[in-house]
Write a protein that binds this ligand. Structure first.
Ligand code: UDP
Ligand code: MG
Length: 334
């Protein structure tokens, strides 16, 4: 018996016996790498010799990515493309892909070959040994600047300090999940999908495999520092309310310090007589306090905003259509 998810737009299925492995690839404007990615994948999957499907998720691409895949689909009936109605972001696109898989195990891959498909056999082997989750940990980050490495390092350390479910460092979306793990993930209804935290939250027996993350095969990254900062803030506020606790702590400390300072002024006036300096200290206190106030209001706003987004109960993504080898022939692509 499967309990149905509350949101019917995200159905999940029990594993169809035939398909052993589903590959989910979310992409946004990846015409340069998709042919390379598919060619590599096909060789590896053929060698594995187990029934598979590949679910590409078009996250609102405007380039030639979909026509390229249409040509692929005409040759390989195991390939489908889920097209979203617009760009929803990688997290939503992954959820869409997962909801459309039917395999007994599922692997999520980036289209840019930064997640080497060569590791798939090793991942499948671990799954066959009985692990529900095989997560891939980056040993080194090639082609990434010192600033990105440092910020990634700091972020993972801060996050794992803060949140209750251990969020492992340096593992990303590149992972294998068993059918029951995927179904568990699809049951999490949140709109703000911080996947790393969600993987950690659902649990299940996990094996970690180390690998070297290479540079992008072609094309450009879709992340910039502002987006990464947003993601970091999202990660922290999605999985921990500790910052609110800090705000209370800082408030208590500042109030105590202010009170003591006041007492000191009264004492000074009584003992040493009347004297009205204090303009610099006044300005210092006002700027310090208003800074702290604005910061904590902003922090509070993060959580209130998150609550607001969740209460709207909107679907995580909208599917435009699903292209499979049957439907794609009816469509005209150049
Ligand atoms: N991607 C996506 N939707 C987006 C942004 C990215 O589906 O809004 C895909 C992208 O095409 C790629 C994967 O997510 O397959 C990882 O993106 P990217 O390589 O830009 O991120 P990075 O590897 O630099 O973290
Ligand atoms: Mg990449």
């Amino acid at each position: 018996m499967v309990t149905l998810p509350s949101n019917p737009s995200r159905p999940f299925v029990e594993a169809e016996q035939e398909i052993q492995l589903s590959i989910v690839i979310p992409f946004l404007n990846e015409q340069d790498v998709l042919p390379i990615c598919y060619a590599k994948l096909e060789v590896i999957l053929r060698k594995l010799a187990l029934p598979y499907e590949i679910v590409f998720v078009d996250d609102g691409s405007s380039d030639e990515s979909v026509p390229i895949l249409a040509a692929v689909m005409r040759r390989n009936p195991g390939v489908r493309v889920v097209r979203l109605s617009r760009n929803f972001g990688k997290e939503a696109a992954m959820s869409a892909g997962l909801a459309h898989t039917r395999g007994a195990s599922v692997i999520v891959l980036d289209a840019d070959l930064q997640d080497p498909p060569e590791l798939i056999p090793e991942m499948v082997k671990a799954w066959r040994e009985g692990f529900d989750v095989v997560s891939m940990r980056r040993r080194k980050r090639e082609g990434e600047g010192i600033a990105k490495r440092l910020s990634a390092y700091a972020f993972y350390r801060i996050l794992s300090r803060l949140s209750r479910s251990r969020i492992p460092a340096d593992t990303g979306d590149f992972r294998l999940m068993s059918r029951r793990t995927v179904n568990a993930l699809l049951q999490l209804p949140e709109r703000c999908r911080y996947m790393k935290g969600m993987y950690a939250w659902i649990g299940f027996p996990t094996k970690v495999i180390d690998y070297d993350r290479s540079i992008r095969a072609a094309g450009k990254t879709k992340w910039n520092y502002l987006a990464l900062f947003g993601l970091a803030l999202e990660g922290i506020t999605s999985f921990s309310t500790a910052p609110l606790r800090w705000a209370t702590g800082v408030g208590a400390f500042v109030a105590l310090a202010g009170g003591s300072f006041g007492l000191w002024i009264i004492f000074k006036t009584i003992v040493f007589g009347h004297d009205v300096p204090g303009y610099p200290s006044l300005v210092a206190m006002i700027t310090l306090l208003s800074g702290i106030q604005l910061l904590t209001i902003g922090l509070l706003g993060e959580y209130v905003g998150k609550g607001y987004m969740e209460t709207k109960q909107r679907p995580i993504y909208i599917v435009r259509d699903v292209l499979d080898p049957m439907t794609v022939t009816a469509l005209q692509f150049a």
